[in-house]
Write a protein of this length. Structure first.
Length: 93
């Protein structure tokens, strides 16, 4: 696996959290609360069996894979926030 693959996978996981997360009304109304909720979903998901980061440890380039995956998650989280909130932090209609 390449770092590029790991980054794309991290972004996909964040986009999935945005799409399928069970967010409260407060989280959907407040950008900081929403971003924190997405981060919590991603953190909880890492503990599940079958998460791709478990396989990274077996790779020679495991450090770069972990780093790229986390970068991808960050990219996906920022994209999710931009999708749900405007520049002023107000929810999009």
């Amino acid at each position: 696996m390449t770092a590029r693959d790991a980054r794309a996978m991290g972004r996909a996981y964040a986009e999935e959290a945005n799409r399928y997360g069970d967010f409260s009304a407060e989280e959907l109304a407040d950008e900081d609360a929403f971003c924190e909720a997405v981060g919590d979903i991603l953190e909880n998901h890492r503990q599940m069996a079958g998460h791709p980061t478990y396989d990274f440890g077996r790779e020679k380039n495991s450090d770069s894979l972990f780093e790229a995956f986390e970068d991808g998650e960050g990219i996906g989280m920022r994209a999710a926030c931009r999708q749900r909130f405007d520049r002023n932090g107000e929810p999009r209609a």
